[in-house]
Design a protein around this ligand. Structure first.
Ligand SMILES: Nc1ncnc2c1ncn2[C@@H]1O[C@H](COP(=O)(O)OP(=O)(O)O)[C@@H](O)[C@H]1O
Ligand SMILES: [Mg+2]
Length: 200
């Protein structure tokens, strides 16, 4: 018998492979188109504090979007693994001169400096990475549950509370319906290089 956890793991593997199969040209054009989508949407018009992440493993490249935000004088925050609260994330400001370290997942993150941590509720937009999404706004992540845990601890009761949660993805990460778990935090929006999906 296949458990739900095994099904979810299989979906993760399939979508990671799909993402990694994108060519450099496809990745480059997706990253540029993502900036155009961001510029076009009224959702981002007044955003000055934006949490993103540094892409890896075939994720849509956020570098051009980060450069655009910096050029607009917006503040960009990226996740840092919480030093004490296991499985939780903090969001720290990221600038061109931020000292970076490689964490134990092989992902670059700012060297922890409490002066530059932003409380999540003070962010305007929080973009989450994802491995697959469905057309109800359900999100399958890498399997660590970091975003689920961090967002659950905020005790959000209103789906449109600040910050606005938005999944970032390639179009090919869309699937009809994901097997979800009770702890999965759904997303009100997903932004891809071709459109902004809004679900609720
Ligand atoms: N709010 C939470 N509190 C405690 N553990 C959680 C919470 N959310 C998720 N987890 C745990 O994190 C693990 C991974 O979550 P999962 O949703 O499968 O990963 P992902 O969201 O990265 O795809 C699960 O074992 C789950 O029990
Ligand atoms: Mg989850």
């Amino acid at each position: 018998m296949t458990t739900k956890a095994q099904t979810r793991q299989g979906i993760r593997q399939a979508f990671r492979d799909k993402r990694l199969a994108l060519s450099t040209e496809q990745q480059t054009s997706a990253a540029c188109a993502l900036v155009q989508q961001y510029k076009q949407s009224p959702l981002f018009e007044h955003a000055t504090k934006v949490a993103l992440y540094l892409s890896f493993n075939g994720e849509i490249n956020t570098r051009a979007l980060i450069d655009y935000l910096w050029s607009k004088q917006a503040s960009v925050y990226v996740p840092v693994i919480h030093p004490f609260s296991k499985g939780h994330l903090l969001f720290q400001q990221y600038t061109a001169s931020t000292p970076m370290i490689c964490n134990h997942f092989g992902i670059y993150e700012p060297k922890l400096d409490s002066r530059f941590i932003c409380p999540i509720s003070a962010l305007d937009i929080l973009f989450t990475p994802l491995v697959a999404f469905d057309l109800k706004g359900n999100r399958l992540g890498m399997g660590g549950g970091f975003y689920d845990r961090t967002l659950a601890s905020l005790g959000r009761t209103e789906v449109h509370a600040k910050p606005t949660l938005i999944g970032l993805a390639h179009d090919i990460q869309e699937t009809a319906e994901l097997p979800i778990e009770h702890w999965d935090i759904p997303l009100p929006h997903i932004l891809t290089s071709s459109k902004l999906h809004s679900f609720r």
